[in-house]
Design a protein around this ligand. Sequence first.
Ligand SMILES: Cc1cc2nc3c(=O)[nH]c(=O)nc-3n(C[C@H](O)[C@H](O)[C@H](O)COP(=O)(O)OP(=O)(O)OC[C@H]3O[C@@H](n4cnc5c(N)ncnc54)[C@H](O)[C@@H]3O)c2cc1C
Length: 425
Amino acid sequence: MERIVIVGGGFGGAYCAQALERRVDRDEAEIVLLDARNYLLFYPLLVEAGTGSLQPRHVTVSIRRFLRRTRFVLAEVEGADLEARTLSYRLGGEGGLRSLEWDQLVLAPGSVTRIPPVPGLDEWGYDMKSLGDAVALRDRAVRLLELASETGEGEERERLLHLVVVGGNFTGVEVAGEFHQLLVEAAERYPHVHPAECRVSLVELTDRILPALEPGLSDFAASRLRRRGIDLRLGRTVDRITETEAVLDDGETLESRTVIWCAGIAPPPLLGRMDLPLDERGYVLCEPDLRVRGRRDVWAIGDAAVNLDPEGRPYPATAQHAVRMGKALAANIQRAMGGQDAEPFTYPGQGTLAAIGCRTGVAMVLGLKISGFWAWFIHRTVYLFKMPGWGRRVRVALDWTLDLFTRRDYVQLGLAGRGEPPDRD
Ligand SMILES: Cc1cc2nc3c(=O)[nH]c(=O)nc-3n(C[C@H](O)[C@H](O)[C@H](O)COP(=O)(O)OP(=O)(O)OC[C@H]3O[C@@H](n4cnc5c(N)ncnc54)[C@H](O)[C@@H]3O)c2cc1C
C-alpha cells in the first residue's frame, strides 16, 4: 500500500486530503496529514472573528471532522530528505524528531506575514495571521479604550486611540475598516471617550489601496474609507516603529501605540530547510501539473508554491486557488499512482471580494464590478456557503443575525497582545 503524506491542513492540504479520500481506495493508499494545529482556519472571516461579529471558534473547522479516514498527526514538520523520501517532524511541536516515509508528498504549508527589517516592528508591531492574533487585537482595542477613558486630553490619549495599519491590500483594508468601526461603536459605551477621537491611519506603499482590483473599485473603497474618517497615506511606508509612534518614510511621525502590519506574505521557514527548487523570494517552483520542478513524487500547492497559469503567470495566493489546486492535485496523484500522465492545472478564478467595514464592500465577480452594500452582502453570502459543513454555516449565520439585533459586549478575553504585559492585578 502506498502512503500519501500532506504537509499543512489549510485550504490546499485539507481539500486535497478530502478529494483523495474520494478518489483513492482505502487499500490503495494511506493518507497522512500533518499540521501544527488541528483545525483549518477560515481566513476570509478572520478579521470579523477579531472584531466580534463572529465567535472566534466559528472561523475554525475541525480537521478530524472535515476528513473521514485520513490519519491526522498534530506535528510541526521540521524538514525532509527528498532522496530517502522521509519527512521529519516533532509530535505536538515538542520532543525528539520522528520520521515518516512517503510515496507521494504534498507540500501545502501556506505562508507567513512578511516582516521586513523595519526597526521596532518585531517588538511593537501586531500581526493578523492567526486566531490568536485576531483575538489579541480585539483585546488590545478594548484595553486602549479603557486606558483612554482614564487619560486626560493630550498626546498620550491621542496615541491610545489611534491605530496605524500598514498595507492597503485586502487584509489591511478590512482590518482598517472593521477595527475603526469597532472602536467607534465601542466608544459609545465609554462616557469619557468621544467616537470622533478614535482614529485609524492606513499606510500603503503604492498610490492606491486594493491594487489588485481595477482602479474604479479602489477609488470607491478609498472614498468610502475617507468619508468615515480613515486617514489614507498613499505612496508611503513605515520606516521605524517605537512604543509610541510610527515614523513614515518622508519623516512624518504618526503618534500611535498600535501598529498593525498587513503588508504582504513570505514563504514559511520550512521550505528553506528542504532541498527544493525555490524562486528568488523562497517559494517552491512547480510544473504546470503542480509537481515540484525536477521531482516525480513531490507536489506543492497554495501560498507556498509558484504554480503558473497557461500564460506563465503565477496564480495569486488566495483561498479559492488553494482549494481548487488541492482538488486538482488529488486527481493528478490518482493519475500518477495509476501510471497515467498528470494534467496541467488551470483555473481562471471566480472574482475578487473585499469587505471594508460598515456593511460596505467592493467586488469583481464574473466580470461585474459591484460596490457598496451589495458587494458586502455578496461577500458574506459567498463565504457563508464556502464555509465547510452545515453546522458551521448555521453557527456563522446565527452569529451574524444576533449581531444585527443585539449590542456587542466589549470585554477582553485575556489574550494580551505583543508589546504589553499580560493583564494582572
Ligand atoms: C487575514 C486574511 C484574510 C484572507 N482573506 C481571504 C479572502 O477573503 N479570500 C481568499 O481567497 N483568500 C484570503 N486570504 C488568503 C488565503 O487565506 C490563503 O491564500 C490560503 O489560506 C492559502 O491556503 P494554503 O493551504 O496554501 O495555506 P493555509 O491555509 O495557510 O494552510 C497552511 C497550513 O500549514 C500549516 N503549517 C505551516 N507550516 C507547518 C509546519 N512546519 N508543520 C506543520 N504544519 C505547518 C499551518 O498550520 C496551516 O494550517 C486571506 C488571508 C489572511 C491572512
